[in-house]
Design a protein around this ligand. Structure first.
Ligand code: PLP
Length: 381
């Protein structure tokens, strides 16, 4: 455990909360957590369950109603061909990644993923007993991982490709042809694929293509999903691992010996979201698109014109756009921004890419506009 670092984004989040407790106004661009009231379908479903007054141990793999609804949701929106027997309910997508890697890896097996990566990939890989094998991608190629990257990087020890589409922090979205080429390369290299698709419902331009929509690759692909982003339910902690029946059996054993399953009330909250997934995701997506427009329109005016990401709730921005203040490391820049301007941003280094910072545009439009103004004032001094 000495080698395990705490989550970078959650550390910045903790600093924001400390400052807010002292009564300071902090502009929060650090947490990818849609600041929205829960859609009523979610709260009503949870309340109905709570009012029944039952509070027994849940089935460790998840309540059957939610597993069934999750498979229907993914078959409808991601063109998967799955059923309840392939679904495990986990406390968030993060635990689903951990549980899948723990289930798949032998000690010191390598897990291949692209940088910039989601902050937790290296440490979750290590906790699961594996070794991160990181391939760098570039802004010029839209931060895309290619089949060549995979084939060049694999060694005898590489076991899993941890693929992220739509991508946090870059918003990169892969076409059907690109996803197929990646899956073909993974097959050629003998890799199992864990595909993290937690932003599947927050695509602003283009089509989301799931790794689970290729029947010829079904046996080597597992999916990670979550209610946190698509349904703005981060605090309810509900995620999903979609895998073969054999892996699902192993996940169930792991759940019985670790968490004993997710809280039943939060699973019923997720049932409410999935029973009305179009409406609930539509509500979140519309709000996030307005915030995206607010973020980019304001940023264009105060700094420079940026290319809009195709998906997600983040902007991955080069430090060079911030003049003299940007002539430093991403960690030093973000520390000064929160200490001196009360603007919380995440250093690119936490995502494996120095020279960049990540903004989340999931807070209210008012907070986004005021926060960028505070940053511009600070950067110009
Ligand atoms: N995967 C990616 C790419 C993420 O950005 C996140 C959260 O930020 C997660 C997984 C995990 O989310 P949760 O555990 O809230 O479902």
């Amino acid at each position: 455990m000495e080698k395990i670092q705490p989550s970078g984004t959650l550390s910045v989040n903790a600093k924001v909360l400390q400052k807010r407790q002292k009564g300071e106004t902090v502009y929060h661009f650090a947490a990818g957590d849609p600041v929205l009231l829960n859609h009523p379908c979610i709260t009503q479903s949870a309340l109905k369950y709570i009012q029944k007054g039952e509070s027994h141990y849940p089935l460790s793999e998840g309540i059957p109603e939610l597993r069934e609804l999750a498979s229907q949701w993914l078959n409808a929106t991601c063109k998967t061909n799955t059923s309840k027997n392939h679904v495990t309910i986990t406390p968030g997508g993060k635990f689903a990644i951990y549980a899948l890697l723990y289930t798949l890896l032998e000690p010191d097996d390598e897990v291949l993923f692209a940088s910039p990566y989601w902050v937790s990939y290296p440490d979750v890989t290590k906790i699961a007993g594996g070794k991160p094998k990181i391939v760098s991608t570039t802004a010029e190629s839209h931060w895309k991982l290619s089949p060549e990257h995979i084939l060049k990087a694999v060694t005898k020890k590489t076991k899993v490709l941890l693929f992220n589409n739509a991508c946090n922090p870059t918003g990169t979205l892969y076409t059907r042809q690109e996803v197929k080429a990646i899956l073909d390369a993974a097959k050629e290299a003998g890799l199992f694929v864990v595909s993290d698709e937690v932003y599947s419902g927050l695509v602003h331009a283009g089509e989301f293509v799931s790794c689970g929509s290729f029947p010829e690759h079904e046996s080597r692909v597992s999916l990670v999903q979550s209610c946190s982003k698509n349904f703005a339910m981060a605090g309810w902690r509900i995620g999903f691992a979609i895998a073969s029946e054999e892996i699902t059996k192993r996940l169930k054993a792991l759940m019985t010996q670790t968490t004993s399953g997710c809280a039943t009330a939060t699973q019923w909250a997720a049932v409410g979201a999935l029973e009305h997934y179009e409406e609930v995701n539509g509500y979140v997506k519309q709000a996030m698109q307005k915030r995206r427009d607010c973020f980019y329109d304001t940023f264009d005016k105060l700094f420079t014109k940026l290319e809009r990401p195709q998906s997600g709730i983040y902007a991955f921005v080069p430090l060079t756009l911030f003049g003299k203040k940007g002539e430093t490391t991403s960690i030093a820049f973000c520390e000064r921004a929160i200490d001196e301007a009360n603007v919380a941003i995440v250093p690119g280094l936490y995502f494996g890419s120095e020279g960049f910072v990540r903004f989340a545009f999931s807070d209210t439009e008012e907070s986004i506009a005021q926060g960028l103004l505070a940053l511009a004032k600070w950067a110009s001094h």
